[in-house]
Every structure is written in C-alpha cells, then in structure tokens.
Design a protein around this ligand. Sequence first.
Ligand code: SF4
Length: 389
Amino acid sequence: MLAKLEEIYKNRHQYAKDWKARTGGKVLGYFYPYVPEEIVYAAGVLPVRIMGSHEHDNLSAAYIYPMYCPFCRDTLAEGLRGRYSYLDGLACADTCMHMNQVFDWFVLNCGIPRRGTFIANTPANVAGTHARTYLIKEHLEFKKAIEGWVGRVLSDKDLDRGIEIMNRNRQLMRQVYETRKREKPPITGAEAQLMVLTSQFSDKEEHSALLEDILNKELPGRNRDRKTGVRLMIVGSEDDDTAFLKMAESLGVTFVIDDTCVGSRYFWHEVVPGKDRVAAIANHYLDSTPFPTKDWSERRRFAQVLKLAEEYNVQGVVLAQQKWCDPYELDIPSLAARLKERNIPTLFLEFEPTLPRAPFTTRIEAFVEMLCGDEEGLFAESSTVKSGS
Ligand code: SF4
C-alpha cells in the first residue's frame, strides 16, 4: 500500500488524466496550499498541486531570471514541457512573489484555459486585525468564481462535504505521523513525505482509503529490524526531494518529523466546523501554522517547530532552503538560535532541483558524526554548515 503511494507519485500526471477520464470532472492545478481545497472538493473538482520533476531544466530561463528559486524554475519547466496540459484551470493564493510570477507564465504559456484562472489572495499578515474579514471576502469571491466555472451554486451541504474530505485526510495523516514518535518508527521520513505529496496530487477520498489500509494493515510490526539511528527533523522551504531523504536515511538517520509545506504544515490543523462554512474555512487558513511570508509580526511557526522537535525527541535539525528563497532564508538565523538554546544542533543545506549526491552525503555524514560525538563538540558554532561552502 505504501508502494501504491510511490506509484501515484511517479505517475501523478497519468493519475490526474485517468481521474478525469473516469469521473468526467475538472482538474484544478494550484500553487501552494493556501488555496482553499475545501471549496474545490465541494465543487467535485480535483485539486492538484503544481510541482517540478527534478530534471535538468533548459526551458525556464527564457521566462524567469536564474535568481528565482529552483523550485519555481523546476515547476515552470514542468509546465513548459506540456506535462500539465490536462489542467482545466489554475489557482494561486499569493504566497510568494517568485511563485506569483510562475503563475502568470503558466497562464500565458502552458495551455491553461483563460476561463479557468483563479486567485484567492491570502493576507500578508495572517494575524493582522483585518485578516479575517479580508480572507472571508476573498474565499467568498473564490467560491463564486468556482461556481461560475462549474455551473452550479455550492450549498452548505457541498461545503460540508469538502470540509469532511479534507479533515478526514488530515486526521489520518496525523495518525501516521503519531507512529513516528516511537523508538522504532514504522515509516521513514521519505515514505512520510511521499504520503503527504500524494495527498496533494490525488483524490483525497481515495488517498484516505489507502491510508486506512496502511494504518490498519501495513504499519503494525513494520520496520522492526530497521535501525532508527539519529532522529532528525527537516525544516524549511518547499523540498519535495524524496531522493535526498532516501539518501540521508541510508546513512544512519531517520527523519522522524518535519515542518515543511510538503509535510506536517500541510495537514496539521483541521477546519473547525461552524455555521458560516466559508468563515470556518478562512479561519482555518489563518489559524494554521503560517508560511514565513505570512507569519508577522509574531513568528508562530517557530513555536510549532520547537514543540514538534521536543515531542518527536529530535537530536538534530536539517534546515533546508531552496537556493534564493528569501522567505525561508530570513527565518533561518533566528530559528537556528532558538534551536541552539534548546541544545538542538542544526545543519543548513541549500537545495537545487537536482542535488549532487557526493557533497550532500558528506555533509549528512559529518553531521551524524558530530551528533554522535562528545558533548563538548556537539553544540559548537561549526555545527551549522552551509551547503556549497
Ligand atoms: S521555495 Fe521559497 S522562493 Fe521558492 S516559491 Fe517557495 S517560498 Fe517562494
């Protein structure tokens, strides 16, 4: 069943095309998980997160500068290759300036029907005084636009269904993450990431059915003979690089928890149902652990990272950043300092779509050696290593 997740991950475009052929429904691509998927599910549409494929890219440079983050370039290249030609629409939630630019280029160059483009703006300061009023209004506009697109009005019953689909999937992923607190986690960090990624690509009702089987039939007794080694956490930019996690986990470590948008941050919080469904959905996006560009003025994300590190008994944290990603880079010095205060060492790595295996292997090996070394050297300043230095 975990193998099925890997299959969906590898064939995600074919999965979406098959879903369309099977259901006759529309597929809506989206950038970053601030797009309210509850409303998309309420309309019977399949939301699919847009991502790259970690392949060599010689296409995106004609549209965006090389100092745009590699995730953006990789994502745009995937669209320019024509691999998202099956999309009926595309939505953006104003999460990051780099990604907003990619949205524009997608709309202009990747075959997105003009009638199917949507923007659900999210306020820059999710804790601000006017954030709630603003986001409820934005979500109402988004709902109205989706209704015009699918040709029917979404009732409270439809919205309840959308909320239920999303919440059930979140609950099941939380249950899987709960097992990672164990001394011997039955699932690796790479497998956990595949679970979250496929939730972002596939029909969540089908995904939840798979997760129920995984929880009930596959995880009990799994990985009893696998050595957990050093318990690590990965924190940072979008980093859907399962190959990196697999490589690191072959070197005597297990990623037992994360704080990324392809990990816990995507599903940790549920929508609290309320009489006003759209307000309940908007509140959820404001009250969840914020994305760095939205996390002003108090850094709520830091408290969540520290809490997870403690609950999952983490020995070290990999701070992973997409090269040129300003939103996360800005956070790293303060976050590393907070972790250091708790005696949790950090390793800083800069990601590109394709990672050179040897230098990253060496860095992880050195970090593990340091973590397993004597107490004196464990929390030295040199514990923060910049990739490429
Ligand atoms: S990785 Fe950073 S720069 Fe790139 S899209 Fe995400 S937040 Fe923006």
